[in-house]
Design a binder for this molecule. Structure first.
Ligand SMILES: *[C@@H]1O[C@H](CO)[C@@H](O)[C@H](O)[C@H]1NC(C)=O
Ligand SMILES: *[C@@H]1O[C@H](CO)[C@@H](O)[C@H](O)[C@H]1NC(C)=O
Length: 205
């Protein structure tokens, strides 16, 4: 009886040891992964301090932390990507909204202008991303100047649409539907512009 008990006790002990070593391996690897993630995230957070919308900057870029690591070029690239995809979705949304029946003449006109503005900003951002892929070597500063100019134009276009939608003559339903989205795109673009500038000026030294 006592012998049976001790064999059971031994088996339980072995199982317990197995589990505890399994769990400690697991938590050790999870911990190192999360430390690396936290380091990468901290880099993004610090870089985002220079932007006008640091919270949005961190929130939109943290998911790319493992790709960005602490590389200012990848950070600027990822910010341009984020702004580009948001602008593209918003441009489609505007096109959809413009087909909704019951838009008054003011809304319809604002939509037509906005679609042109935001589509143009999508193209400028796409062009910037392509140039960012090629930007290196002796032409880097020239390329970075072009990129800054295009991103600046994209931001102007988005702000033009944003202001058109703020017009008193635009119904609040339309405002609620799209203006917030356009404002967010403009903020993402503003942040991307700051990160592009930070990268470019750091390369001058
Ligand atoms: C930007 O987006 C493209 C996909 O369109 C992707 O291949 C690339 O890795 C992204 N770059 C960064 C830095 O996130
Ligand atoms: C626009 O409309 C199409 C078709 O109705 C739909 O598939 C798409 O998801 C819509 N896009 C947006 C951004 O609302």
């Amino acid at each position: 009886m006592e012998r049976t008990f001790s064999i059971h006790a031994l088996i339980i002990l072995l199982i317990a040891l197995q589990f505890s070593s399994y769990f400690s391996t697991c938590s050790a690897s999870r911990k190192s992964h999360s430390n690396e993630y936290l380091t990468n995230r901290k880099y993004i957070k610090n870089s985002c301090r220079a932007t006008t919308y640091p919270k949005l900057c961190l929130k939109s870029l943290a998911r790319h932390a493992s790709k960005i690591k602490a590389d200012p070029k990848l950070l600027a690239h990822a910010a341009l990507n984020t702004s580009f995809f948001a602008a593209k979705t918003t441009s489609k949304l505007l096109a959809n909204m413009s087909k909704v029946h019951g838009l008054g003449p003011n809304e319809a006109a604002a939509m037509v202008d906005c679609i042109a503005d935001v589509s143009d900003s999508v193209q400028k951002l796409q062009k910037s991303i392509k140039e960012m892929d090629r930007a290196e070597g002796s032409d880097l500063q020239v390329q970075m100047n072009d990129i800054q100019m295009w991103v600046n134009t994209a931001l102007d276009e988005e702000e033009t649409c944003m202001n058109a939608l703020a017009n008193k003559a635009i119904k609040s339903k339309v405002k609620r539907g799209v203006r917030g989205r356009v404002v967010k795109v403009a903020h993402l673009t503003s942040n991307a512009l700051t990160l592009v500038k930070s990268f470019a000026s750091a390369q001058k030294n």
